[in-house]
Design a binder for this molecule. Sequence first.
Ligand SMILES: [Zn+2]
Ligand SMILES: [Zn+2]
Length: 387
Amino acid sequence: MPILNRAAEMQKEVAEWRRHLHRNPELNFDLFTTSAFVADKLREFGCDEVVTGIAKTGVVGIINGRLGSGPTLGMRADMDALPIRETSGVEHTSQNAGAMHACGHDGHTSMLLGAAKYLAETRNFAGRVAVIFQPAEEGGGGGNVMVQEGMMERFGIERVYGMHNEPGLPVGQFATRTGPIMASTAEFTITVRGKGGHAAFPHQTVDPIVIMSQIVGAMQTVVSRSADPLDALVVSVTKFHAGDAYNVIPETAEIAGTVRTLRKDVAALAEKRIRTIVSRIAEAGDAVAEIDYDANYPVTFNHADETAFAVAVAREVAGEPNVEDDMPAVMGGEDFSYMLEARPGSFIFIGNGDTANLHHPAYDFNDEAIPHGISYWVRLAEKSLAA
Ligand SMILES: [Zn+2]
Ligand SMILES: [Zn+2]
């Protein structure tokens, strides 16, 4: 079965919703107009329950099937934008300067709304569908907050699925994998406090720039000499700030960066090695180091049975050769990881075609993907909750 006729018919309407959301991006947990738009649509479709205010602006809609009772299936989209100034030049460009839907969450929200509309019209399943719209995916952990607030128990959600668009993957194609599909993330800030002074008298100072340079160099060995070469690990220093003058050795130097892995034990190893390297090199240089290390999103881990099921559904919609079931893992992080820690489920990528990359100021979600995304969600619900 290719994409559903009804989903193809809905494309224009859903693309209009998508463009409306794209014009009006909001950030983090403050998705007041976005979540009101979503909740209004869900009520208009005749959802049996529409609950707002979960994790501040999260929304859950419940649709009961007409084929009897059964389990509750969770299907999740994210709604937040990014603090980026848009340069796409599209007609529906952001009207909110400094905010932009550069990750396609406008598309994710619209496709799940389209599926909700279809499912509320047809109700060709036994049990219930919970459509989950979360805030603060781009940092802030809105999905985690929804789980912490008891969403899974409250709605009796037994399995949960997520979807993200992927630039570079052709429209009409899907890709996923069993096991870790996206990385755990951690952010660190390190400050080295030395002793400032005149650059002509370095021996009377403790130069934090030299010490911090050694730390940055030594941190490269966490991946190359501490971790197993077969385990994925990224340690990136992305900020290095110190000093203001040609002739002054500053008092402090500061770096910051990110650590990403696909396994908990590798994440723990990286943190331990970074703490040791920083404190011992600082000590050797007679300086003092402060380390602020925040473990952030966990690994997004796709459960085996649910991933096999998602692949079968995607193949039904897209055709056998258009679904990659063993893609390489991606070292980006994803807040859906918390929902997959709470319930079995699976995360899949949907092709966005040849567009600018995610988080790029010229990115735009590809509306051609809409019928494919809606068809996936609808068939996932109908197949998973078959009478
Ligand atoms: Zn993103
Ligand atoms: Zn995203």
